[in-house]
Design a protein around this ligand. Structure first.
Ligand SMILES: *Cc1c(COP(=O)(O)O)cnc(C)c1O
Length: 432
């Protein structure tokens, strides 16, 4: 029997999340993707070693550079996104920081929205500036003129999140991509909250996607992992990226012009940064991630269905001041949500309580099904007080700009039975 499902990108999303990128015939016909639990691989003969190290032959030598388990994972996410290549990292922050280093050099800038994941903000306003790379924040993310003001001749990328944290704010991705491309720079999106199931960001003009795969992709709160995915087709040789011109010259003979044309970003990311900064994902965690991704579409459908029900319940509750969820008609992002997220705008929402901080504390003490935890995207429902956790250390003004007030709670709605989630919040709110 021949097995072709691994390379047929015309198959549906759910079929590909189970099969893409893995050909059992290359792995003793093991049906599960094997974990290659080794630090290194036999090099074979002298000439093969040379070919591996000059990248003229595909293969594996040392696990920090590449390994067969991660290879399947990278092919699978690339297939789900419709991208040309992908690279796995030890965490979402590793994927994001290595991506920034690949794109910007001393003197360069990255234009970014202000409502970013906390670690990314620190990277852009505290860490990278020490190396001469500046993060320039966009004043009003809802106004395209603001993006224009943040872009200058040193800007090397525009960076946004497809769903912001915790306000679930949505920006006009297509318009921003168009502006970036007019300026000869790529649009990079952190697509963690949305996943490839809820949005195909490449269709709207994104060039590079970063993921904290720790969240929905892995889906069960068991591992930390990151991914960077490349669309392919961006013109890296437009004069703005001398590092890619030099890389092209250095590797055109060994990697081949075709590979470099479709995936030079990922090749350089691996060879320069993954290899020598060392944030590789362990093959064991790649296995857990692959296993989680097998049910991604099914989980996301249930996540968004539950989130909608929970949001509607909370919006009607007398003790709730407001609910931020772009799936609600009351949200200012409702029309953008309809356009970009027809299957539903994720499953994270934030609420403000009429009873202030005391009420928020009470709810955290009373919940029994929701767990008081700082992460998101677990199959299980989670709740947290953003001001004293994810947004701790920010000034009141910074927090409030991101939609985080003293009375704000963020919910990551899981896949439990919706009536149990609503029942849990109902009894917790009764205690307020
Ligand atoms: C969690 C998260 C990150 C960081 O990912 P880690 O896997 O924890 O390193 C980055 N961006 C977003 C949107 C996240 O939620």
């Amino acid at each position: 029997m021949s097995y072709e499902a691994y390379k047929d990108n015309k198959l549906g999303f759910t079929t590909r999340q189970l099969h893409a990128g893995y050909n059992p015939a290359e792995h003793y016909r093991s049906k599960a993707v094997p974990i290659y639990h080794t630090a290194a691989f036999e090099l074979g003969d002298f000439d093969r070693c040379t070919r591996l190290f000059e990248y003229s032959e595909e293969g594996h030598s040392y696990v920090r550079f590449s390994n067969p388990t991660n290879d399947v994972l990278e092919k699978r996410i690339a297939s789900l996104e419709g991208g040309s290549a992908a690279l796995a990292f030890s965490s979402g922050m590793a994927a994001i920081s290595n991506t920034f280093l690949n794109i910007a050099r001393a003197g360069d800038e990255i234009a970014a929205v202000q409502t970013l994941y906390g670690g990314t903000t620190t990277l852009l306003n505290k860490i990278l500036p020490e190396y001469g790379i500046r993060g320039r924040f966009i004043e009003d993310e809802n106004d395209i003129e603001s993006y224009k003001k943040a872009i200058n001749e040193n800007t090397k990328a525009v960076y946004i999140e497809s769903l912001g944290n915790p306000g679930m704010n949505i920006v006009d991705i297509e318009a921003i991509a168009k502006l970036a491309h007019e300026n000869g720079i790529p649009l990079i999106i952190d697509n963690t909250f949305a996943t490839p199931y809820l949005i195909n960001a490449f269709d709207y003009g994104a060039d590079i996607l970063c993921y904290s795969a720790t969240k929905y992709l892995a889906g069960h709160g068991t591992i930390i992992a990151g991914l960077t995915v490349e669309k392919g087709g961006f013109d890296w040789h437009n004069g703005k990226f001398p590092q890619f011109d030099a890389f092209y010259e250095e590797y055109r003979n060994s990697l081949g012009e075709e590979t470099l044309k479709s995936s030079i970003f990922t090749k350089r990311l691996r060879i320069r940064y993954l290899t020598d900064l060392g944030s590789h994902l362990s093959p064991t965690n790649a296995f857990y991630l692959l296993q989680g991704m097998e049910t991604l579409s099914l989980r996301m459908e249930r996540h968004v269905e539950n989130a909608r029900k929970v949001a509607q319940f909370l919006e009607a509750h007398p003790k709730i001041l407001s609910v931020s969820y772009p799936g609600l008609e009351s949200s200012r992002y409702y029309s953008l949500a309809k356009k970009y997220f027809p299957k539903g705008p994720g499953a994270i929402l934030s609420i403000r309580l009429k009873g202030g901080l005391e009420a928020a504390k009470k709810v955290l003490e009373q919940v029994r099904v929701f767990d008081y935890m700082v992460n998101v995207g677990d199959a299980k429902s989670l709740i947290v007080h953003s001001a004293t956790s994810t947004h701790f250390g920010q000034s009141k003004e910074e927090r409030e700009r991101a939609g985080v007030f003293e009375d704000t709670l963020r919910l990551s709605v899981g896949i439990e039975d919706a009536e149990d989630l609503i029942g849990d919040l109902k009894q917790a709110l009764e205690a307020v």
